[in-house]
Design a protein around this ligand. Structure first.
Ligand code: CTP
Length: 403
């Protein structure tokens, strides 16, 4: 979740009857934190699982449950509520509600406002696995997809009834991410993006190693922004505890050599390669099999290093390279070093930043270097910056050859 990401957006959050209603309380909090206005509408059945009072307190707005509600001036809640919305999200969406939507039924406020809507509709099914697998439900889900309604999930796992299988409502964080992504322009639709992120860890012995202060935040933010822009994203991450962004495939590695191997195994199918990782330039030549023991005051071990492969340069030199984007972490004179590094690595775009001012921070300031020269992007938090970088990358992509 990113603060302010949904500022100015109004979401009608519809709850239908299901135990997953408790997750919608948390979802409401996330949407509010992101700056959205949340108008909750509940079916009669939903009020059996969570009270309108709880949802009102969390959303900060009165909850609507009845089409006969006279709080709206013209008494047409089903029209007014949908006209104010940028999107309607039904979470949880019960078996019954999916069936009603598929048939355009309108016998309560929530179903009526869905039929009367003039904005996108997203549904998050939540039901027992047999109910989800039932051919009628699957038919209804197919009809909804055909009507342009986004079906989020369902997830798989333990169910409230004690059974295990498909039908769980997605977790609130995932629903939030799906909705936030929904609002982003699909600049990278149909593109595959490979990203390296985080530090590497080069072992000295089984308990010690060399690493650096990269947190991985910038690379993870770029992976999230690329996925939100519609790309199929593979993130190769060094050791970091950051959560995998929604919809992103992740491979975990430790050393520069492992990162190189993971990238080389996948790179040929990608349209874009973004090297954000702070890759260790050197590794220890002979990694000790056992822990190096302290034997005496004067006896200090000497480490000998060998150079690691340069992943970005290797990808850029492939016969048919993807569009390559490098990062440069410098400690000073960024304008000179950035331009030189772009030349040296032979990449079309290089993003320069000052390492000490960015490592571990939530915001960053960068200069873009390309063949036309330099462009400075204003200081911003890493997620906003990632979105700007995706726009810059998308604008520079060679257009696709037909076929
Ligand atoms: N990079 C890489 N593999 C390496 C070293 C760097 O893929 N073995 C990539 C980084 O992910 C980044 C870019 O190359 O996109 C520049 O990294 P940086 O550490 O700034 O540059 P170096 O080539 O290591 O140059 P120097 O340390 O001399 O500044």
């Amino acid at each position: 979740m990113e603060r302010g990401e949904l500022a100015g957006k109004t979401i009608v959050l519809g709850l239908t009857g299901g135990i997953a209603c408790y997750k919608s309380a948390e979802l409401t909090r996330l949407l509010i934190k992101a700056g959205a206005t949340v108008q909750v509408v509940m079916t009669e059945a939903a009020t059996q699982f969570i009270t309108p009072l709880t949802m009102q307190a969390l959303s900060g707005r009165p909850v609507f449950t009845s089409q006969w509600d006279n709080r709206i001036d013209n008494n047409m809640a089903h029209i007014d509520l949908s006209r104010e919305a940028d999107a309607i999200l039904i979470a949880p969406a019960s078996t019954d509600f999916l069936a009603k939507l598929a048939h355009g039924m309108a016998d309560d406020l929530l179903s009526t406002l869905c039929v009367a809507r003039d904005c996108p509709l997203l549904v998050a099914p939540a039901m027992n696995r047999q109910m989800w697998a039932n051919p009628a439900t699957q038919r209804n889900a197919a009809t909804l997809r055909g009507d342009g309604i986004a079906i989020l999930g369902p997830g798989s796992g333990d169910q409230a009834c004690g059974e295990i299988g498909d039908g769980r409502m997605l977790e609130p964080e995932d629903l939030y991410e799906a909705l936030a992504g929904f609002f982003q322009p699909k600049r990278l639709a149909g593109r595959r993006v490979l990203i390296t992120a985080g530090p590497t860890f080069e072992p000295i012995d089984p308990v010690r190693g060399l690493t650096n202060r990269s947190s991985g935040k910038m690379g993870f933010a770029l992976a999230r922004a690329a996925a939100q822009a519609g790309a199929d994203v593979h993130l190769v991450a060094g050791p970091t505890s950051l959560a995998t962004p929604y919809g992103v495939t992740r491979s975990n590695v430790q050393t520069a050599q492992q990162m190189y191997d993971a990238v080389m195994a996948d790179v040929s199918r990608n349209d874009i390669f973004i090297a954000v990782a702070a890759v260790a330039d050197w590794r220890v030549r002979d990694v000790a099999h056992d822990k190096i023991k302290k034997t005496g005051d004067a006896d200090v071990p000497t480490l000998e290093f060998v150079q690691n492969p340069d992943i970005l340069a290797a990808v850029a030199q492939l016969p048919k390279p993807p569009f390559c984007v490098g990062f440069a972490a410098e400690s000073g004179d960024l304008e000179k070093h950035g331009a030189q590094k772009r030349q040296r690595k032979q990449v079309p775009l290089l993003v320069g930043n000052l390492g000490p001012a960015t490592f571990g921070q939530d915001d960053n300031e960068v200069i873009l270097f390309d063949e036309a020269g330099q462009k400075r992007l204003p200081r911003a938090d890493k997620q906003a910056l990632a979105r700007s970088l995706i726009i810059e990358i998308a604008a520079r992509l060679p257009s696709r050859t037909p076929g």
